[in-house]
Design a protein around this ligand. Structure first.
Ligand code: TYD
Length: 336
């Protein structure tokens, strides 16, 4: 198969690219290489990298030449950034998806949309099925829900071949140090405060990035056109318990925990039922969060300072960190 992987130099996209190249697929990556997309994430792989934006019809048209399917990972993904400024989210996530859909339809190839559990909103008990209405609560999740609706509308209106894969919270190597696990790992290892939003009793279900990548491929190959498939993790955790585990794995101190002001509109809990994808494809997650998943991820960050240091040693990162946490990042000290 020849795939156009949009956002393939980012965290989840690059995990998918690594898997597909190893499996023998031909891959072309279209990536704007914004703050979270890096050439290094796909370095050494036999892939073609096209630098361009997904909302640019010319870039998309050129990049899509000769492909059998478009897989769209390209997105602004961080909720806290969307609360500070949502414009880039609408541009990349909503208009970008629309632009890719148009190109996929012109070519008559499948469009696989990578989405998130956050489009359903928060759930106190039980788990979301794909039938649940979309009730996003942050600018980020609203932009992703808008994209999902556009994808489904293209199927309804034109009979376009589309599939959506909605994942749980992902963790693993190469995640930008703004999400919970890398932020806590780097702070823990540097003896710095661990900024827990509110009481830390919010719940997330964790899915290893390689399991999400294999779930997306399962949806691409086995998914029925016009359908969404949940790709859920099976490790449900309170945020504060994840932080305790990271403290244990890094030899940090419990006294580093610092409860900070809660995120605006903070979703309490996400949970997905993945029976539909399992029945369609036999997919199941392989990596257990408690039996090696978190540990190997924490060690990856500790062993790869050359990967994360250039990302945090920038004025932009320090400015972001100051805006969200009201202090300098201790693992990226400003030069004096
Ligand atoms: P995050 O990794 O940003 O993913 P999402 O918002 O998509 O779930 O956050 C995961 C959880 O961790 C979420 O409940 C917010 C919380 N959190 C903190 O408590 N402190 C932090 O510094 C960060 C980044 C997240």
């Amino acid at each position: 198969m020849k795939l156009l992987v949009c956002g393939g130099a980012g965290f989840i996209g690059s995990a998918f690219v690594h898997q597909r190249v190893a499996a023998g697929d031909e891959v072309r990556v279209l990536d704007a290489l914004t703050y979270a997309g890096r050439e290094e994430n796909v370095a050494g792989l036999d892939v073609e990298l096209v630098i361009g934006r997904v909302e640019d019809p010319d870039a998309v048209r050129q990049a899509a030449t000769g492909v059998d399917a478009i897989v769209n990972f390209a997105a602004e993904t961080h909720v806290d950034r969307s609360i500070l400024d949502g414009q880039a989210f609408v541009l990349t996530n909503s208009l970008g998806t629309f632009t890719l859909l148009e190109e996929a339809r012109r070519r008559g190839v499948r469009h696989l949309q990578v989405s998130t559990d956050e489009v359903y909103g928060s759930i106190r008990e039980g788990a979301f099925t794909e039938e649940h209405p979309l009730e996003p609560s942050s600018p980020y999740s609203a932009s992703k829900a808008g994209a999902d609706l556009m994808v489904l509308a293209s199927h309804h209106t034109y009979g376009q071949d589309v599939v959506i894969a909605r994942g749980s919270n992902c963790y693993g190597p190469r995640q930008f140090p703004e999400k919970l696990i890398p932020v806590m790992t780097l702070n823990a290892a540097h003896g710095a405060p661990l900024p827990v939003y509110g009481d830390g009793r919010q719940v997330r279900t964790w899915l290893h990035v390689d399991d999400f990548a294999s779930g997306i491929h399962a949806a691409l190959v086995h998914g029925e056109s016009g359908q969404a498939y949940n790709v859920g993790g099976e490790n449900e955790k309170l945020n504060i318990d994840v932080v305790h585990r990271i403290i244990g794995l890094t030899g940090a101190s419990e006294s580093q925990i610092k409860h900070v002001e809660d995120r605006l509109g903070h979703d309490f809990r996400y949970a997905l039922a993945s029976d539909k994808l399992k029945a369609a494809s036999g997919w199941a997650p392989r990596m257990d969060f408690d039996a090696g998943g978190l540990e190997s991820t924490v060690h990856w960050y500790l062993d790869h300072p050359h990967w994360w240091r250039p990302l945090v040693d920038t004025p932009e990162y320090r400015a972001y960190y100051r805006r969200v946490y009201g202090r300098e990042p201790d693992f990226a000290p400003a030069e004096v």
